[in-house]
Ligand binder design. Structure first.
Ligand SMILES: NC(=O)c1ccc[n+]([C@@H]2O[C@H](COP(=O)([O-])OP(=O)(O)OC[C@H]3O[C@@H](n4cnc5c(N)ncnc54)[C@H](OP(=O)(O)O)[C@@H]3O)[C@@H](O)[C@H]2O)c1
Length: 263
């Protein structure tokens, strides 16, 4: 199937590693030009080189902290100057710290809102004018299954990510007449550095092996395994494509059946 992504321009947030990297790679494989970003310049450069080598597509790498509004503005401005505009925006950031109500300070809440909610709003504010000029676009927000079924001990994720859903649903209606489609994707457990670290910590705490910790994490997943980053990226690439032309305002989990809610 031709997804119609050749020569489209995409900006992917937090994309030197993990889910963001897999999405940037997936889009580049379809012939899109991609801007990637992250804080650590060395890893970002390696990722850009690797994606170029694997796909032959153009990759523009900009080191930024996505929780800082002026750096987001600079990311979008440089990307527009470099590629001439933006067609696809994938909003992603690092995860907020774990913790329950009693563990968290007011500053922790503010940091999480800046990282996981305001970054999405700021990226949209900066990118939408270019999409309008180009006659349409796609916005895809990475959240978590916590927006469908809050996860115990992850107060900040449960709190900040649901704000993204309300923002996106409203934006989807407001931007429909501009042919800009807005959707959310929710990873369940997808194997990245973050999951590897989590399993290592859980193994140490419970005095079990790494494999046993992974087994415990998959116990609640009907498909019986952790997802692969490419399996996750495939959904985002589809939503970014011309083929997803009648899908907007949705929130889709990619979780092997883990969420038990009906919608
Ligand atoms: N993997 C899962 O199963 C899963 C499940 C639910 C939700 N999520 C959420 O999905 C997002 C991505 O997770 P992941 O598993 O791909 O994580 P990861 O493998 O740890 O990768 C995180 C990426 O984000 C970048 N990053 C982090 N903070 C940033 C910042 N302030 N500004 C710019 N870039 C930043 C990192 O690079 P630098 O550190 O160099 O900046 C790295 O490239 C997170 O919000 C996570 O909580 C993941």
């Amino acid at each position: 199937m031709d997804l119609g992504l050749k020569d489209k321009v995409a900006v992917v947030g937090a994309s030197s590693k993990g889910l963001g990297r897999a999405i940037a790679l997936g889009l580049a494989k379809e012939g899109a030009k991609v801007t990637i970003c992250a804080r650590s310049e060395d890893v970002l450069k390696e990722t850009a080189d690797d994606i170029r080598q694997q796909t032959g597509s153009e990759v523009f790498a900009i080191p930024i902290d996505i929780s800082q509004p002026e750096q987001v503005e600079s990311l979008i401005g440089k990307s527009i100057s470099h590629f001439g505009g933006i067609d696809i925006l994938v909003n992603n950031a690092g995860g907020p710290r774990a913790g329950r109500f009693d563990d968290l300070t007011a500053e922790d809440y503010e940091t999480a809102v800046n990282l996981n909610l305001m970054s999405t709003i700021n990226l949209c504010r900066a990118a939408v004018p270019s999409m309008r000029t180009r006659g349409g676009g796609r916005i895809i927000n990475l959240t978590s299954v916590s927006v469908k079924q809050p996860v115990d001990g992850l107060m900040l994720s449960n709190m900040a990510r649901t704000g993204v859903i309300g923002f996106a649903k409203t934006l989807a209606s407001e931007l429909a007449s501009d042919k800009i489609l807005v959707n959310n994707v929710c990873p369940g457990i997808i194997f990245t550095d973050r999951i590897q670290q989590l399993a290592t910590v859980r193994a140490e705490e419970a005095g079990i092996t790494f494999d046993e910790a992974i087994e415990k994490m998959t116990a609640d997943i009907p498909l019986g395994r952790i997802g692969d980053t490419e399996e996750f990226a495939n959904m985002v690439v589809f939503l970014a494509s011309e083929k997803a032309s009648y899908i907007t305002g949705t929130t889709i989990q990619i979780d092997g059946g883990m969420v038990r809610s009906l919608l």
